[in-house]
Design a protein around this ligand. Structure first.
Ligand code: ATP
Ligand code: ZN
Length: 482
């Protein structure tokens, strides 16, 4: 493996650990994916930008990566703890639509955002409903020792595993106390791994099981897909910090139960060695939400004229474990920074391929970049090394192109393909298109050459009235903006 040893923060041990793969030369990663009952907001997408940067870093360091991202199309209740309704059943009932159509529609919307953000396709998008037989098999294997049946379903008894909930931080403050009581539960934190369809109710998604007709629990799904596609133990499990409190402790409890039944003698075997959690993207008003106020979806950013990769850059500007506050000004600043990078990269984007990235003038930038990324994915610091490599003077263009391509394989900004025109996105409400603007600017240049300043000013005002600001002497060389 190349470069500095990769240090990652493990939420389970609460410390930085050097990445040592379970299978030499490989990296197996599972990331909790979207629940496809609605469009993802940009906060959700921060979780996938983070998982993507982790995957790209592992690939760059030479590990053969197998990344799994699941699609939850059944079982996730409106409350992460054991209460509420199935998010998809609820959406389907409200919209009077087939649940399968709903899942398909929002999965496709999610994939469109993934693509726009240069998030690489994982090896598998595992769809929960494709794994129901394996879920039943997994549940059967742990049921005798670790579960009990109630009228409402099969419950996991958290007292049957060692040190339940060691991952969670908010155990006493919020965690357990907010778990709604279900009559007959042995411990407040016990959770359903199979939920029976209540008598007299019809569900669009249900399956037969030894515990009656019903649907799997959300936590069970991730345990099963992780094991099925990556094998226990695998290397890294990721998700947003909200998952650190309930979803992942429950997954870990099931994995412990499963590993013990399979003869793995470590009572704390948690399925994955390293558990990593990205912090939230927040709004000034609080947690980003799909219901309150303006629904911050990636397409809304694009409609307002921000390129999706400006949002990706905004994510990279913060460390993944820090909270990041969203603001339009912040996004605008990220867009300006991205434009500067594109201008710098233009100078050598056409250079020959195959240059030596370890050119003596570039190696120090690459080393700093590596040190930053190896220090628990310190992207804000890595970006500064990247920009200095972009800006350094008098370096062979082919070598520089190679070094930038290498760093960008980790950052995923697509800098060698992005053009000025790509970044001059047109807000949806703009009345002019790119050609109209260029045409007006041409006429204005002629007027100025002819020293006809009143005509030049008139064209400027005409453009301003249509939402285009002409920037004479723009330091970025962008002559106009919308
Ligand atoms: N504001 C946020 N910032 C960063 N990550 C987030 C944010 N909100 C949710 N996540 C993460 O996004 C991923 C997808 O979550 P999921 O599709 O289940 O959405 P959700 O939890 O229903 O979101 P919400 O509760 O906001 O509707 C999870 O890893 C989750 O931890
Ligand atoms: Zn999950």
């Amino acid at each position: 493996m190349t470069g500095a040893p990769l240090q990652l923060f493990n939420s389970l041990t609460r410390q930085l650990e050097t990445f040592e793969p379970v299978h030499p030369g490989e990296a197996r990663v599972y990331s909790c994916g979207p629940t496809v009952y609605n469009y993802p907001h940009i906060g959700n997408m921060r979780a996938y930008v983070f998982a993507d940067v982790l995957g790209r870093t592992l690939s760059w360091k030479g590990y053969a990566l197998t990344h799994v991202v699941n699609i939850t199309d059944v079982g996730h209740l409106t409350d992460d703890a054991d209460a509420g309704e199935d998010k998809l059943e609820k959406a389907a009932a409200e919209k009077a639509q087939s649940i399968w159509d709903i899942a398909k529609h929002y999965t496709e919307a999610y994939w469109a955002d993934v693509k726009a953000l240069n998030i690489r396709e994982p090896a598998h998008w595992s769809i929960a409903t494709d794994y129901v037989p394996q879920m039943i098999e997994f549940a059967k294997s742990i049921a005798d020792k670790h579960c009990y049946e109630l009228d409402s379903g099969l419950y996991f008894d958290v007292s049957t595993v060692a040190d339940y909930g060691r991952l969670a931080r908010a155990k006493t403050e919020e965690g357990e106390s907010r778990i709604e009581a279900v009559e007959g539960k042995r411990n407040a934190a016990d959770f359903a791994i199979w939920r029976k369809t209540p008598p007299g109710e019809t569900r669009q998604m249900e399956w037969d099981s030894p515990w009656g007709r019903g649907a799997p629990g959300w936590h069970l799904e991730c345990s099963v897909m992780g094991e099925a596609l990556l094998g226990f133990p695998f290397d890294i499990h990721t998700g947003g910090i909200d998952h650190r409190e309930i979803h992942h402790p429950n997954e870990i409890a099931q994995n412990q139960a499963r590993c013990c039944t399979n003869g793995l003698d470590d009572p704390l075997a948690s399925g994955a060695r390293i558990w990593m959690h990205n912090n939230f993207l927040v709004e000034r008003s609080g947690k980003m939400s799909k219901s309150a106020g303006e629904f911050l979806r990636l397409p809304l950013l694009v409609e307002k004229g921000y390129h999706p990769l400006a949002y990706r850059l905004m994510c990279l500007q913060a460390h993944y474990r820090s909270e990041l506050e969203f603001s339009w000004d912040g996004l605008g600043a990220a867009l300006t920074r991205l434009k500067r990078m594109v201008l710098a990269a233009e100078r050598f984007a056409d250079a020959e391929e195959g240059g030596d990235p370890r050119h003596p003038r570039l190696a120090p930038f690459l080393d700093r970049f590596d040190a930053a990324m190896s220090d628990d994915l310190n992207t804000p610091l890595a970006l500064t090394a990247f920009e200095e490599a972009l800006a350094a003077k008098k370096i062979d263009p082919a070598a520089r192109r190679a070094a930038i391509a290498e760093m960008d394989s980790v950052l995923g900004l697509g800098l060698l393909e992005l053009t000025r025109a790509d970044l001059r996105l047109r807000p949806k409400n703009a009345e002019l298109d790119e050609d109209d603007v260029e045409d007006a600017l041409e006429r204005r240049r002629d007027a100025r050459e002819a020293r006809d300043f009143s005509r030049s000013d008139a064209i400027r005002e005409e453009l301003a009235a249509k939402g285009v600001e002409v920037m004479d002497g723009d330091p970025l060389g962008w002559e106009w903006k919308l």
